[in-house]
Design a protein around this ligand. Structure first.
Ligand SMILES: C[S@@+](CC[C@H](N)C(=O)[O-])C[C@H]1O[C@@H](n2cnc3c(N)ncnc32)[C@H](O)[C@@H]1O
Length: 241
């Protein structure tokens, strides 16, 4: 999946761009939700699309953590930052890792990279196959088509004494897929200024259709925006016995 590979080369800057994101608070909220809904008895947790592993870092005291991501460079950073977790390089749309977990999380809209409903269905079936009976699936979605605005300019910046980063894009859409051409300008001490462009394509999945696909994959499924880690809300799936 070409678009996902485009974090390549940019993995070292991912944590700087998202340095304002409050992973500690999000992990605390996730723990409460897991405690409330999980119906299996173990503590094995898999974070799919884990990136540099920041949620896992704060879930490690309560769970035996595994992270899965398509991008090996993100996983390399994750494994340096986080002790005691296992990391697996794989594509969520085709994953088959021969183990079952009590909890699968897929956070910060990583699910959008499934891009098509066909791949979303496959991914949800993969999640079901990797969960124990009664296991819990938590998915933080990307935008739905009706709230996604096309043509809007965005800029995120980061700076410290050694590096200045500006990431800019104008939101685009092709069919029901949101398209981002992220332009990064990075000025780094003793390196110079570099310009990268990364194209990201994320499916704008309808909430009801996603719930249907979750149910078809064998989950009791719901969607909520109450008490969730972010305003994107959360799909909650409990795998049938
Ligand atoms: C927005 S980042 C989220 C990372 C992390 N969950 C966080 O909250 O910081 C999306 C992640 O999904 C990963 N990803 C994209 N497509 C994927 C796929 N098909 N299978 C597994 N991981 C994928 C990317 O490599 C990236 O690390």
């Amino acid at each position: 999946m070409e678009s996902q590979i485009l974090y390549r080369g940019l993995a070292p800057y991912y944590d700087l761009i998202y340095s304002q994101k409050d992973y500690v608070k999000e992990a605390t909220i996730l723990k409460e939700i897991i405690e409330r809904h999980k119906a299996s008895s173990g503590i094995d947790l898999l974070d799919v699309g884990c990136g540099t592993g920041h949620h896992l870092k704060h879930l490690g005291d309560d769970f035996a953590c595994t992270g899965l991501d398509i991008n090996g460079e993100m996983l390399e950073i994750a494994s340096k930052n986080i002790e005691g977790a296992e990391f697996i390089e794989a594509d969520m749309t085709t994953m088959s890792i021969g183990r079952r977990f009590d909890v699968i999380t897929c956070l910060f809209s990583s699910i959008g990279y499934a891009k098509t409903y066909q791949n979303l269905g496959k991914t949800l079936r993969n999640f079901a196959n990797h969960l124990k009976p009664g296991g819990l699936l938590l998915i933080e979605p990307w935008f739905t088509e009706d709230v996604y605005s096309v043509g809007a300019p965005f800029m995120t910046t980061y700076e410290d004494d050694d590096i200045k980063i500006a990431r800019l894009n104008v939101s685009m859409k092709e069919g029901n897929v949101s398209v981002f051409e992220m332009h990064y300008l990075i000025a780094e001490r003793d390196v110079g200024v570099r310009h990268y462009v990364g194209r990201h394509e994320l499916g704008l999945f309808d909430t009801e259709r996603t719930l249907e696909l979750m149910r078809e994959a064998g989950f009791r499924a719901s969607y909520t925006t109450e008490g969730t880690p972010s305003s994107r809300g959360l799909y909650i799936g409990i795998r049938g016995e």
